[in-house]
Design a protein. Structure first.
Length: 317
């Protein structure tokens, strides 16, 4: 046991000394690209004016980026040759706001070429998206580097919407995120939309004893079955995770308390005393939720992993 602890601390130390852990700071670009934040904010704002759905898409994209190889812009790389990239793997459901990052990068390359990483652009854009949806603001630490690897197969490491609470805790712990972070970050599901394929496993033939997931309110399940018929539905069929999908509020937690969480993971938050307490607290207090969300997203957003500053967010240098 003692040997194990020593080994672990040696490998953590060597990670630091090899420089794999980039130090992030709030004023990282003050000298090299002083208008970085306002430039990104303008790009996000103008895109969101034309298409509101980029708001949830940017937030989700940042999460997926950070969960695979750290926040290194790996989600932004295009498939190339025989390499199928993360963005072309199955859990890419609603990922579609890549053009916003391309636009912001183009502006920044004109102002300060080769300086601002794609991973930083995405982290700032995700914050701006939350603000545009009426959510809290926060200062984004910057200085992430972009990675050179993006593999579709690694998206298998993303948590699944049907995970139970212990699988969720484990998946978050692997990234240094706690049970508190889990409860707060899932509040991001106050924004956006999900396709039927992401939740229909709960609606029919759930398990050997239940047709419908017993953690789902029956009237809610009946409505979702109509939205997601087995045959003849458009590819775009689905539902929002919360009745106010464009407003960043605490409604998500109220919905979960009513048995109207869209995914199994949402209801799973009620199966552990710690997360259940947090869901109840966040449902009662918008401020308690946003304070916790901001703390946790800064943590998520600070998992680093890259090596370079890409010139084009879709290809390695
Ligand atoms: C256990 C972790 C999570 C799982 C399993 C999960 C799963 C999902 C699924 C299945 C969808 C619907 C995709 C579709 O059908 O199109 C979705 C959407 C979304 N997720 Fe999560 N999620 C998780 C955590 C997070 C976190 C931590 C964030 C952000 C901080 C986030 C932000 C979003 C947003 C904003 C959407 C809506 C996307 C849109 O409308 O374009 N999710 N998530
Ligand atoms: C999602 O992945 C599929 C293949 O699994 C691919 O054909 C599609 O272009 C991808 N969508 C986006 C938005 O990248
Ligand atoms: C969660 O799922 C895993 C894998 O299926 C299982 O081993 C574990 O017992 C489950 N945990 C809970 C709390 O249901």
């Amino acid at each position: 046991m003692a040997a194990l602890i020593v080994l672990t601390s040696i490998s953590v130390l060597s990670l630091f000394s090899l420089g794999c852990v980039a130090a992030l700071s709030l004023n990282y670009y003050d000298k090299t690209c002083p208008n970085v934040e306002s430039s990104i904010s303008n790009s996000v704002k103008s895109a969101a004016t034309k298409d509101r759905t980029v708001i949830p898409a940017l937030l989700r994209m940042h999460f997926h980026d950070c969960f695979i190889r750290g926040c290194d812009g790996s989600i932004l790389l295009d498939s190339e040759g025989t390499n199928k990239a993360e963005k072309d793997a199955a859990p890419n459901g609603s990922l579609h706001a890549f053009f916003v990052i391309d636009g912001a990068k183009k502006e920044l390359e004109a102002q300060c070429p080769g300086v601002v990483s794609c991973a930083d652009i995405l982290a700032v854009a995700a914050r701006d998206a939350v603000v545009l949806a009426g959510g809290p603001t926060w200062e984004v630490p910057k200085g992430r580097k972009d990675g050179r690897i993006s593999r579709a197969s690694e998206t298998a490491g993303l948590p699944s919407p049907s995970f139970n609470i212990s699988q969720l805790q484990q998946s978050f712990a692997l990234r240094g995120l706690s049970t508190d972070d889990l409860a707060a970050l899932l509040g991001a599901h106050t924004l956006g939309f999900a396709h039927c394929s992401s939740f229909e496993g709960r609606l029919r033939n759930f398990d050997s004893t239940h047709d419908v997931d017993p953690s789902m309110r029956p009237s809610f399940a009946a409505r979702l079955r109509e939205i997601c018929p087995l045959k003849g539905r458009p590819r775009s069929a689905g539902a929002t995770m919360d009745p106010s999908p464009m407003t960043f509020d605490n409604t998500y937690y109220r919905v979960v308390l009513q048995g109207k969480g869209l995914f199994s993971i949402d209801q799973a938050l009620l199966t552990h005393p710690k997360t259940k307490t947090l869901v109840t607290r966040f449902a009662a207090s918008h401020n308690a939720f946003v304070d916790a969300f901001v703390r946790s997203i800064v943590k998520l957003s600070s998992i680093t992993g890259g090596q370079e500053v890409r010139r084009n967010c879709r290809v390695v240098n």
